[in-house]
Design a protein around this ligand. Structure first.
Ligand SMILES: NC(=O)c1ccc[n+]([C@@H]2O[C@H](COP(=O)([O-])OP(=O)(O)OC[C@H]3O[C@@H](n4cnc5c(N)ncnc54)[C@H](OP(=O)(O)O)[C@@H]3O)[C@@H](O)[C@H]2O)c1
Length: 259
């Protein structure tokens, strides 16, 4: 067996279909690019059609098989429409990555019901409903991968964790529940836990250079995260090689959480 064949037997996603919500930006984009380049037909889901098409066309130029679905995951109807759009574009998926997320950051005392509902719907209810929609089919076929993007704020509170931290704590519990429900039939459920990653999500914080440097100093690696730091971990969790890893929270945070 050649080195290439050996690595392909562990990590190739050829013949798989992957869905990445939030695949048009930041961490989701880097994960979508990694899964597509590892061989999966990859479906990118987000609201903005232009950004989706720009990422998709870049990947198609590299020979990847990519589809896009414009959908708004902030309502139940939008989540169901997203799932319908995925099936129409690519059939039933084998891999679901929930990266679409929002962080509105008001002080908890200022969190109103609309902020609570919006954050919980995009960050937690969409991963739940998409899992309900796709995981039973994955289990029936004997292979599935559910991958969520959580946060340090699932584990500790800082910079107004508020309802965002609640949503991410729920997401890690959701992965454990999904693991219990479906892992015996080949469907694993895991969470990637970023540190502070330089993406459009936290552009406002990035404008404070002292804050950014302080966050980098909190890691043991000595720098803040980049979207491409998630590529290898995502391919691993999406691949056949992670069959015995489930219900796990994998910190991809440069050591942010270890001290
Ligand atoms: N960056 C960090 O430091 C960090 C740290 C911890 C956890 N995370 C988590 O990592 C995930 C990705 O974050 P990121 O930093 O990559 O953010 P980002 O660059 O802002 O990307 C967010 C993505 O989600 C999509 N999205 C947002 N609201 C949506 C909605 N209502 N319906 C459908 N799609 C929607 C956006 O596209 P449209 O706007 O076009 O819809 C975009 O593709 C999030 O779950 C976030 O909580 C990030």
């Amino acid at each position: 067996m050649t080195t290439y064949d050996y690595l392909a037997s562990l990590f190739s996603l050829s013949g798989r279909t992957a869905v990445v919500t939030g695949g048009s930006s930041g961490i989701g984009r880097a994960i979508a690019e990694a899964l597509a380049q590892a061989g999966a037909h990859t479906v990118l889901v987000a609201r903005g059609a232009d950004r989706l098409e720009s990422v998709a066309s870049g990947l198609r130029e590299q020979g990847c098989d990519v589809s896009t679905v414009v959908a708004d995951l902030s309502t139940r109807a939008g989540i169901h429409a997203a799932a319908d759009g995925v099936v129409a574009a690519a059939g039933e998926p084998d891999i679901l990555v929930n990266s679409a997320g929002i962080n509105l950051r008001p002080h908890l005392g200022d969190v109103d019901e609309a902020t609570w509902d919006l954050t919980l719907t995009v960050n937690l209810e969409a991963p739940f409903l998409l899992g309900q929609r796709f995981a039973p089919g994955m289990a029936a076929r004997g292979f599935g991968r559910l991958i969520h993007i959580s946060s340090q704020q699932a584990h500790r509170s800082f910079v107004d964790s508020g309802v965002y931290g609640v949503s991410k704590g729920g997401l890690e519990s959701l992965a454990r529940s999904q693991s219990e429900a479906w892992s015996a039939r080949g469907v694993t459920a895991n969470t990637l836990v970023p540190g502070f990653v330089l993406t459009p999500l936290n552009q406002r914080l990035q404008d404070d250079t002292e804050r950014v440097a302080a966050l980098a100093a909190r890691t043991t690696v000595g720098r803040n995260g980049l979207p491409e730091d998630f590529a290898g971990a995502a391919v691993f969790l999406a691949s056949a090689s992670s069959a015995y890893v489930t219900g796990h929270s994998l910190f991809v945070d440069g050591g942010f959480s270890v001290h």
